[in-house]
Design a protein around this ligand. Structure first.
Ligand SMILES: NC(=O)c1ccc[n+]([C@@H]2O[C@H](COP(=O)([O-])OP(=O)(O)OC[C@H]3O[C@@H](n4cnc5c(N)ncnc54)[C@H](O)[C@@H]3O)[C@@H](O)[C@H]2O)c1
Length: 404
């Protein structure tokens, strides 16, 4: 029996013909079935994810699509027999793909997200879910309608620290939480801006599908600097709130079960290196939430002493969390005199393996579209506040037509 017919047989046995007709592509896979994966956008992050998924037992990387020939050549060296395309639609035409991993630039996320679901594939979509609020709304709606397993690349949703924090909060160890402070900081040598990458000599118009990269942005001659350094420019990027705050905000929102923010204020500017970038490198965000909670996030690119962390401040206790470390808890003796300080011990889960497991079980992964959406809205409300130089409510943010 070929792989394809064995699978169809297993699916029919598991589901019955009616269900198979309703969901003609992969729906239930047995423990011994290989999961066939494709990838869209295999640059820096995509190569990390390729390594992760390659290491998971029972997964086969079948194909990748990238607009830049260098990336396709790299993938061929890393994965024997991989099919490569310069247009993601050709990859999505492949019938026997179970899941697709998207790690393309932010301004292309919505297209890759929607097209992957429309093609009936399960999806691992890098954060931030989409470039704007209307796009994030479309992604959420499509994910809900699709019946597909969708994991957002918010890997700290799979951290043991989150599971511990949720438990402590559920157990009432924090009391009333009114404020969360969070921060993220980096540094670079003088004269070298954070994120700036050199343009490889083979990055030429001949080697790049430039119109696919532009993805509907105004046409212009090939610009290799923008292709490689898309993160620095609003039309492709959401700046550091989309790159990093989103991880922390998703973590905090999940720990405290927060709804969408009611308002955002963001100040800052391009202060560290004035190298032509548009997105700010120095940022202070204040997010108001309906449950009487204010969350602040502060970021700089010219000092990394305090690196990155979150502090959840409650009347009865404090949770502190630094990425890749266990969460810690301290009681507020005023209100919890007999409480003990604790260090969390829940193990981290592998975020990619969690997606693959859910492809098999049809379960809900640790970072479903719903948290991708909530964290994306927090990102875009913050950026809209920065661009408009004023506090922006959720209703106002939803009414603003996105511009770059
Ligand atoms: N979860 C994390 O910790 C994490 C870390 C880094 C980056 N990311 C996210 O991953 C994504 C990619 O970031 P990166 O640093 O790898 O960027 P990158 O520029 O290194 O890689 C993007 C790749 O997409 C390709 N590409 C561009 N347009 C395309 C299109 N229309 N179709 C197919 N391929 C296209 C580019 O050629 C490039 O190879 C971003 O959304 C970023 O926020 C997530």
């Amino acid at each position: 029996m070929t792989d394809q017919t064995r699978r169809s047989f297993l699916r029919q046995a598991a589901l019955g013909t009616a269900a198979v007709l309703a969901y003609p592509s992969a729906t239930v896979l047995g423990a011994n079935d290989r999961i066939r994966v494709g990838m869209i956008g295999v640059g820096d992050r995509g190569n990390d994810l390729l390594g992760e998924v390659k290491g998971i037992h029972g997964v086969e990387i079948v194909a990748m699509a990238d607009v830049y020939s260098r990336r396709r050549d790299e993938a061929k060296r890393r994965v024997d027999g991989i099919q490569t395309f310069d247009d993601h639609r050709r990859l999505l035409d492949l019938k026997d793909l179970d899941g697709v991993i998207v790690a393309s630039p932010l301004h292309t996320h919505v297209r890759h997200f929607l097209d992957t679901l429309a093609a009936g594939k399960d999806l691992y979509a890098e954060k931030t879910m989409a470039w704007s609020i209307p796009e994030a709304e479309k992604c959420l709606a499509a994910a809900k309608d699709s019946g597909r397993v969708v994991q957002i690349g918010l890997q700290y949703q799979s951290s043991g620290a989150l599971f511990d924090a949720q438990q402590w909060i559920k157990d009432g160890w924090l009391g009333k939480v009114t404020h969360v402070e969070s921060w993220m900081s980096r540094n670079t040598p003088h004269g070298k801006g954070q994120w700036v990458r050199p343009v490889p000599s083979d990055c030429t118009a001949q080697n790049v599908n430039w119109s696919a990269f532009l993805n509907g942005r105004p046409d212009r001659p090939f610009d290799p600097f923008r292709l490689i350094n898309w993160r620095l420019f609003w039309e492709f990027s959401g700046g550091n709130v989309a790159e990093n705050m989103v991880h922390q905000m998703a973590w905090i929102m999940t720990a405290l079960d927060l709804p969408l923010p009611s308002a955002a204020y963001m100040s800052g500017g391009v202060f560290s290196e004035k190298d032509g970038r548009e997105v700010p490198d120095t940022i202070a965000v204040t997010l108001d939430f309906p449950k009487d909670i204010v969350v602040t996030w502060q970021s700089t690119f010219s000092n990394k002493h305090y690196e990155l962390g979150d502090r959840i401040l409650g009347s009865d206790g404090t949770i502190e969390h630094h990425f890749d470390e266990a969460a810690q808890y301290w009681p507020e003796k005023t209100n919890r005199p007999n409480g003990d300080a604790t260090r969390g011990h829940a193990p981290d889960q592998n975020h990619m393996a969690n997606w693959i497991e859910c492809i098999r079980s049809r379960g809900t992964p640790n970072a479903p579209p719903e948290i991708g959406y909530r964290s994306a809205i927090a990102v875009h409300m913050s950026n809209l506040s920065y661009k408009n130089k004023r506090r922006i409510t959720l209703e106002e943010a939803r009414a603003i037509t996105p511009e770059y």
